[in-house]
Write a protein that binds this ligand. Structure first.
Ligand code: PAF
Length: 283
């Protein structure tokens, strides 16, 4: 496995692979790998004959009072895990090279950035869209793989690719969960044992809504209320949002028709966690 830091070097190698007719699969990450990341890499391995994983804790997607400085990092461990999965290039650009002095160009996916996580994290999705577009130019993938845990991010990147005519297939992959159901996240490492137990309320809430939908309930209000009840009954947590949404536009739906995503975000102590579940209309 090669380690590349320089965007120019990454782009030159990607160009060479393209000339040779290689298919480049790409998994963008912020590192501190867990089995969710590894599942994206394993899938990427099956989709390309070259696999690039980027590891970049992107400062432009963190707000001033967010966790950029304390975001967990372990490059040595990540390098070893990436090697074991069979990654060809671990690409770790620096912030100084990604955003050199004078940098001033940003991309905004207008409507998809506004609600849900966008409402509590102003500027977050502008940072995500910008860095993903830059990474796509540097890595030049034909296939890019993202986790469904960051569902709004996935929808927004699909929109970015369509709107800017990028020739990249965006693939969303299922959430990988702990045995008790908690969605895997690098931020779970912030949780104390007590908070870890409380954090499960988000998944349990989403499941309560899914179970209610399975009984034939199609109205969004009772479905969301079923999830809210479990979360708000859990001490030490604060609900950020819950919404039953159209899977593509992320607009709130009032009635479940076919399938919809139930999105949620919860504060557990000072850690903000997100999760989502597919809800299907019961026949
Ligand atoms: O999902 C993430 O880890 C990040 O938002 C991404 C897509 C790597 C962009 O920094």
């Amino acid at each position: 496995m090669d380690l590349i830091v320089s965007p120019r070097e990454m782009q030159d190698l990607a160009r060479q692979w393209r000339r040779e007719g290689r298919i480049i699969a790409f998994v963008p990450t912020m590192g501190y790998f867990h089995p969710g990341h590894l599942s994206l890499m394993e899938y990427g391995r099956t989709r390309g004959d070259r696999l690039v994983v980027s590891l970049f804790v992107n400062p432009t997607q963190f707000g001033p009072s967010e966790d950029l400085d304390r975001y967990p990092r372990d490059l040595a461990r990540d390098t070893e895990l990436a090697r074991q999965v069979g990654v060809d290039v671990l690409y770790t650009p620096t912030a100084a090279e990604m955003y050199p002095p004078g940098y001033q160009t940003y991309v905004t996916v207008e409507e998809l950035s506004r609600g849900w996580c966008g409402a509590s994290r102003p500027g977050h999705f502008r940072g995500v869209a910008t860095v993903v577009l830059k990474l796509f130019h540097q890595v030049q993938p034909q296939v890019a793989v993202f986790g469904e845990k960051d569902y709004q991010q996935l929808a927004l990147i699909r929109r970015l690719v369509r709107d800017l005519d990028l020739e990249v297939e965006v693939v969303g992959r299922p959430i990988v969960r702990e045995p008790d159901g908690l969605a895997m996240s690098s931020r779970n490492s912030y949780l104390s044992p007590e908070e870890r137990a409380r954090a499960l309320c988000l998944y349990r809430g989403l499941c309560a809504a899914r179970d209610l939908a399975a009984t034939g309930e199609r109205r969004a209000a009772p479905l969301v209320a079923a999830a809210r009840e479990i979360i708000t009954a859990t001490p030490g947590t604060r609900l950020d949002y819950l919404g039953l949404v159209d899977p593509d536009t992320l607009e709130a739906v009032e009635v479940l028709k076919g399938a919809a995503r139930l999105l949620g975000a919860v504060w557990v102590g000072s850690t903000r966690l997100i999760d989502n579940l597919l809800l299907k209309e019961s026949p």
